[in-house]
Design a protein. Structure first.
Length: 458
């Protein structure tokens, strides 16, 4: 007799889909088998029982140009739970005025209000940290370090010499390097040319940051990763050229993980032409329909390792303050709709199997971050993070019906088929039928484990 049994559902595991029950004792999965009983029981008949989603790329209450992204850790994590997400992975706020360890501790303090579990990436910004700084971060449970290959004008970019030095240290620590991959010099030149020509409208964003900038930056980062033996994760790949760079890098022997986002699978640059065009500002920008098709093929066939949202929401008035494509705050909301969008457009549409969906949204992120086997899979001993999805239910996405801290939905009016109806975080039901029913501030920090390292090739 277990504390809780989820009975009658179709359980999605790494090995396939089982008609089975899940037994939970305390906060942990204790059994996956037929005919389990519990002191409390949940009827999952007709539903898929999936591992809880890990959104491995979020930006809650992020300072941006004198404002903050419009979801706090509290509001964003509540919305996430309603959407079937049981763990978010956010970022420190980097800068030269404090150490990586200090930034981690500060961000943990801000994230203490989360309703679900969380982990962190450390931004490397505004300097060239000493090796001891990376080691101190690893001791605090943060082993993923993010580097910007763009944004030199705001002081965020790391140059090639800095990448080389940092990647050596990260490889030795068994950590992971993560890059925002765009060619800074080309973007700056194209932006100047467009502004000089009077092209300030939001559609010019895509012309200022063409896909070749993504391709070149991925290839460059992959060279340093291969030479140093560092594991590399490329954030928010948006284009067919970006995918091609990843595949080429793997052919050289680089350990490289590819992440994309729902916006690059479901939207294209035609969104900039509508009345809400400004609201779609994000970097990398939205691409073409052929890029979308290439990304879907890569998602289905395994070239993409994980899907995350890059959740960075703003309210309409915040983006309306921008006077051009240059200064409008960049970012889109997504944490609440990640699972329903990908289930509907992936599984229900026949593009993905439900097992592949679980790999992209749960197992893949958990392995990429060193959170597996505690997170990301329905197996004995794992945290009891689960989401029940009813494949028969449908809904229409509307900003005013969602729980994210924004009044804009990039997918406004889209019908989705396959709705999360219950979310469990470490054995506790935290969302049911579109309502949060969890415990405030229950989320815990989840430390990242190290990986086996390859020898340095320099």
């Amino acid at each position: 007799m277990h504390d809780l049994a989820i009975r009658g559902g179709r359980v999605v595991t790494a090995d396939g889909v089982l008609q089975a029950d899940v037994g939970i004792d305390g906060e942990t999965i204790a059994a996956v088998a037929a005919a389990l009983r519990g002191r409390e029981e949940i009827d999952a008949s007709g539903c898929f029982v999936l591992p809880g989603v890990i959104d491995a790329h979020t930006h809650m209450q992020l300072p941006v140009g004198g404002m903050r992204s419009s979801d706090s850790f509290e509001s964003g994590s509540v919305a996430a739970a309603i959407g079937g997400v049981t763990c978010i992975v956010d970022f420190t706020v980097g800068g030269a005025e404090s150490t990586l360890a200090e930034q981690i501790e500060a961000r943990k303090g801000e994230a203490s209000s989360t309703a679900i579990d969380y982990s962190l990436h450390a931004e490397v910004v505004g300097g060239d940290p000493e090796p001891e700084a990376f080691a101190a971060a690893a001791e605090l449970g943060v082993r993923t370090f993010k580097f910007y290959l763009a944004y030199s004008r705001s002081g965020r970019m790391t140059n090639d010499a800095g990448l080389l030095r940092a990647f050596r240290v990260i490889a030795a620590l068994g950590g992971r390097a993560m890059v925002h991959a765009e060619n800074d010099a080309v973007i700056n030149r194209l932006t100047e040319e467009l502004m000089t020509a009077g092209r300030t409208e939001i559609g010019a964003l895509a012309d200022a940051r063409p896909a070749i900038c993504e391709e070149e930056a991925i290839l460059r980062a992959a060279v340093w990763a291969r030479w140093t033996g560092a594991a590399l994760r490329v954030a928010h790949i948006s284009s067919a050229l970006g995918l091609r760079a990843v595949e080429a890098s793997r052919g050289w022997g680089t350990t490289i993980l590819a992440e994309t986002c729902p916006q690059y699978l479901l939207l294209d640059r035609s969104a900039y032409e509508g009345v809400d065009g400004l609201q779609f500002a994000a970097t990398p920008p939205l691409r073409s329909a052929p890029d979308r098709n290439a990304l879907w093929a890569a998602v289905a066939h395994g070239s993409v390792d994980l899907i995350a949202t890059d959740h960075c929401p703003f309210r309409r008035e915040q983006k309306a303050d921008g006077t051009s494509f240059v200064d409008v705050p960049k970012g889109l909301p997504g944490v609440e709709v990640l699972l329903p969008l990908l289930f509907s457009e992936g599984v229900s549409s026949g593009r993905l199997t439900v097992e592949r969906l679980a790999a992209l949204l749960a197992t893949g992120p958990a392995k990429a971050l060193g959170l597996h086997p505690r997170k990301g899979e329905i197996r004995n001993g794992a945290d009891a993070d689960l989401v029940l999805v009813d494949p028969r239910r449908d809904d229409t996405l509307r900003a005013d019906a969602l729980h994210m801290g924004t009044d804009f939905c990039p997918y406004e009016g889209m019908r989705v088929v396959g709705i999360p109806v219950m979310t469990l975080s470490r054995g506790l039901v935290v969302a049911r039928q579109g309502r949060f029913c969890g415990v405030p501030r229950r989320g815990r920090f989840v430390p990242q484990q190290g990986r086996r390292t390859a020898p340095c090739r320099l």
